[in-house]
Design a binder for this molecule. Structure first.
Ligand code: PBG
Length: 317
């Protein structure tokens, strides 16, 4: 192998066209999923525009805009009225629940749009934990049936795919048993992360007491993430997700190398908010920082990216 002066890597960096010719990673809108929040009324979010809350009418219009921009898929989160919350989170599987109503409206208007739902109880429980709470402990096995019930109600209302984000052991198997035909995107390696902060503000799902470290993963662990993924595949997951994305690119890479199933990454609310806040201060350019972030997530090995920038990306590409 020859070295400098014969070899000069700058030769292929000289023009846009040359750089494009040798580019290893490209962003394709088809790989992106836009998260959407549905609630009783629309509430705009000035600082984090992609995290506004949509009424059902408004979410149908927003989906229409996304479809016309070429977006393939959305991930739905429901935010019920405060007084609808209870200890079990029964709003999660209510036939006339917020997500179920949104699904019926979206299914009717946008048959081609892939509708993925987040399956979890934390937005619906009064205590804000992702499962049944007893003596300060989230009860794993009792929660499984409630999650399966929630997933079934989503599919009955029109969901194309379900994405359990609760991190109970055995939830993929429980949902798979109830829904043999439904694509299941498992939040397989979901870490107990500070980067969910803005989401919890919007979704009003901060635990009243304690935190989620008893069920979400310790940020220090990567071998454990591979065990989570392996178990989820055995239980019937179709897609493995790593979450958050940017602080966990090594985990995305490790999952990519170990498994052949599609790998998803969730570019979470805190990752979006960091860039938004820095851009608002003039510290960096949002578009460049976002494109660089999304490219890094793809480069690490993600096939599918859940990102609040999906709609912006549609305009940027
Ligand atoms: C629900 C859920 C959370 C996120 C997705 N599903 C919050 C949490 O686990 O506390 C976070 C998404 C984001 O931060 O963008 N369990």
């Amino acid at each position: 192998m020859s070295a400098f002066p014969a070899t000069r890597l700058r030769r292929l960096r000289r023009t846009d066209a040359l750089r494009s010719l040798v580019r290893e990673t490209r962003l394709d809108l088809d790989d992106f999923v836009q998260p959407l929040f549905v609630g009783p009324t629309s509430v705009a979010n000035e600082e984090l525009p992609a995290m506004g809350r949509h009424s059902i009418e408004d979410v149908v219009a927003e989906a229409g805009e996304l479809v016309s921009l070429g977006v393939n898929a959305v991930l739905l989160f429901g935010i019920p009225e405060e007084e609808e919350k209870d200890d079990e989170g029964s709003g999660a599987w209510a036939d006339d629940g917020i997500v179920q109503r949104a699904l019926r409206a979206l299914r009717a208007e946008h048959p081609e749009l892939v509708l993925v739902t987040d399956v979890c109880l934390c937005e619906y429980t009064a205590h804000g934990h992702c499962g049944v709470l007893r003596d300060g402990e989230v009860q794993n096995d009792e929660t499984l049936e409630l999650l399966a019930r929630t997933a079934v109600s989503h599919v009955e209302a029109g969901a194309d795919a379900v994405a359990p984000s609760d991190m109970m052991d055995g939830r993929v198997g429980a949902i798979r048993e109830a829904l043999p035909e439904t694509p299941l995107i498992s939040y397989a390696a979901k870490y107990a992360s500070a980067f969910y902060g803005p989401f919890r503000e919007v979704a009003e799902s901060t635990p009243q007491e304690g935190d989620r470290r008893g069920y979400q993963m310790d940020p220090a662990n990567v071998r454990e993430a591979l065990r989570e993924c392996e178990l989820d595949l055995v239980e019937g997951a179709d897609v493995l997700m790593v979450k958050p994305a940017l602080p966990y690119l090594d985990v995305i890479r490790a999952v990519r190398e170990r498994f052949d199933s599609p790998v998803a990454a969730y570019n979470v609310s805190g990752e979006y908010a960091l860039v938004k806040a820095a851009a608002a201060k003039g510290y960096l350019d949002e578009r460049q920082a976002a494109l660089e972030s999304l490219t890094a997530i793809k480069r690490a090995g993600a096939d599918i990216v859940f990102s609040y920038w999906t709609k912006d990306l549609a305009r940027w590409l």
